[in-house]
Design a protein around this ligand. Structure first.
Ligand SMILES: [Cu+2]
Length: 527
């Protein structure tokens, strides 16, 4: 029975309006069902519910959602978490008025194919199977009445985790799902949620320096999401699909700062914050984290009042992590850092983008001309473990912020205005005509990038991105033999204009001089 609530109108009239139950965001900490004598019994219902993916009193949308029989509806769906060898006895009752549902994923793992069972309105179907191989999976249901080519209705998605017998089960599980509804050619309200909430209303993860964080991340959406962790590497211990997981053998996990989760894919990851401060784990597809990615899209704004607050310059698939210092933690000393000056300039328009913005490194004693622009930005050649201060001088008439991507650094320099840092000591935007000094010490040689982290779509496609090359001590960067290629977008056109090193790949052939390949290593060894 739908609950009833009374609403007063104009102070005199009372209306009785049937109300939908409210969705509870599911943090995936408590497994659903009853596990007894090796059998998990789970009774699920699919019914309409009112989902508030932002604030509890914010915008909402009515969705079909799973609940356990007799409990509140949940997005994502109730967590199935069982040890290897468990028999799963699951039933689904379709309480929708007019839509057949098709469930998927209630099969033994690994599964050879994507099963599908139809449940007409008002009916119940039950299935019994052995769980199968340990891993991270998902189950989901689709609605017969929804055209999934146009709309996204992914709230009927839940985590399905099978643990080795006796394994720890105190890791965290994050499930992504999207609701999307194009209303016309330009308006696309959507909610991109992690565990039923969108940024900044997603759960805050708290940790202490030295903790070991173990996460399972599940992509229950029909888009792919390269999931990026600020400031740290994480170890990918497994990457699989909802049908089959592939666990790396202990100690063989890859290190990554970004792991792309394709449709229906899952991963297990582990990381240890060894520096305190505020950090982000988010999808690196700009359109999934900009203010437009909301149920009531708000225009992206770099004006100071908005830009200072990450609650308004980001949205969607973002998790915030707050790391406290451990007892006795001291900031490592930084002795006589190397000083670089990086200018944010605007120059004459070049191709499709309405503006040309670029990062230009000062070389020598004279700052670069204010209208000089390099797209991509100057390659920053840095040395492993050498403290380096980069003073970013913003010559634009608007604010910006710079993120040093893939770099292990102090939180305050990480580039998320209003979030990076800790407690009340939060990094500001780099206001128009202002500057900011990022304090980097790079513990790892390799190839990285830096890019704007504000007004992302406009500033990125205008040119605010570049490469960082970190060399081992003693190695030299030689542009005749060290070639850096950076791919970007030139302007926000449809279809996008992809450029390599700021140019259309089709325009100019690259020419190389033939020479003997000689690569020098510290100590003089050559190959
Ligand atoms: Cu994404």
């Amino acid at each position: 029975m739908p609950r009833l609530f009374a609403a007063a109108l104009a102070g005199t009239l009372l209306w009785l309006v049937p109300s939908l139950p409210t969705v509870h965001p599911n943090d995936n900490r408590v497994p659903a069902g009853h596990l007894r004598d090796g059998v998990l019994t789970l009774r699920l219902v699919v019914a309409m519910a009112r989902w508030y993916p932002e604030a509890k009193d914010g915008p909402y949308t009515d969705v079909a959602a799973f609940s356990e029989e007799g409990h509140a509806p949940q997005v994502p769906g109730p967590l199935i978490r069982i040890p290897v060898g468990t028999t799963v006895d699951v039933s689904v009752r379709n309480a929708l008025a007019d839509s057949t549902i098709y469930w998927h994923g209630f099969t033994t793992k690994p599964a050879a194919a994507n099963d599908s069972v139809a449940v007409p309105p008002g009916e119940t179907r039950t299935v019994r199977f052995t769980a199968g191989q340990a891993g991270t999976y998902l189950y989901y249901a689709t609605l017969g009445t929804v055209n999934y080519d146009i709309r996204e209705r992914e709230q009927l998605t839940g985590a399905f985790v099978i643990d080795e017998v006796g394994a720890r089960t105190d890791d965290r599980i994050f499930v992504m799902d999207i609701w999307g509804e194009p209303t016309d050619s330009v308006t696309y309200p959507n909610a991109l949620a992690i565990n039923g909430r969108t940024w900044p209303y997603t759960e805050r993860i708290t940790a202490t320096v030295g903790d070991s964080l173990r996460w399972r991340v599940i992509n229950g959406t029909t888009r792919n999401h390269p999931m990026h962790l600020h400031g740290f590497y994480f170890r990918v211990d497994a990457h699989g699909t909802f049908l089959r997981d592939s666990v790396y053998r202990s100690g063989q996990g890859r290190l990554a700062v970004t792991e792309d989760l394709s449709v229906g894919e899952t991963m297990q990851m582990a990381w240890e914050p060894n520096r305190p401060g505020n950090w982000l784990f988010h999808c690196h597809i700009t359109f999934h984290v900009i203010p437009g990615a909301r149920l009531v899209p708000s225009p992206e704004s770099a004006h100071a009042g908005h830009a200072l607050d990450p609650r308004s310059h980001m949205a969607g698939l973002v998790l915030g992590i707050q790391v406290k210092p451990s007892r006795g933690w001291v900031e490592p000393p930084r002795l006589s850092p190397r000083q670089l000056h990086l200018f944010v300039n605007e120059g004459p328009t070049r191709h499709h983008a309405p503006r040309a913005l670029g990062f230009v490194l000062q070389r020598g004693d004279t700052p670069p001309a204010p209208d000089s622009v390099e797209i991509p930005g100057s390659v920053l050649v840095l040395t492993e473990n050498e403290p380096t201060d980069i003073t970013v001088v913003n010559r634009l008439a608007e604010a910006t912020a710079i993120h040093w991507h893939g770099i292990e650094l102090e939180s305050f320099s990480d580039g998320v205005a209003g979030w990076s840092g800790h407690d009340a000591h939060l990094a500001p935007v780099i206001a128009a005509r202002d500057s900011f000094t990022a304090r980097l010490t790079l513990p790892r040689a390799g190839t990285f990038m830096y890019h704007t982290h504000l007004d992302d779509v406009e500033q990125l496609t205008s040119g605010l991105y570049g490469a960082i090359v970190v060399l081992e001590p003693g190695r030299k960067f030689d542009p005749r033999t060290d070639h850096v290629f950076v791919v970007g977008w030139d302007g926000l056109t449809e279809p996008p204009h992809l450029v390599v090193n700021g140019d259309s790949a089709a325009s100019t052939p690259l020419s190389f001089a033939a020479m003997t390949l000689k690569r020098y290593f510290p100590g003089g060894r050559s190959v």
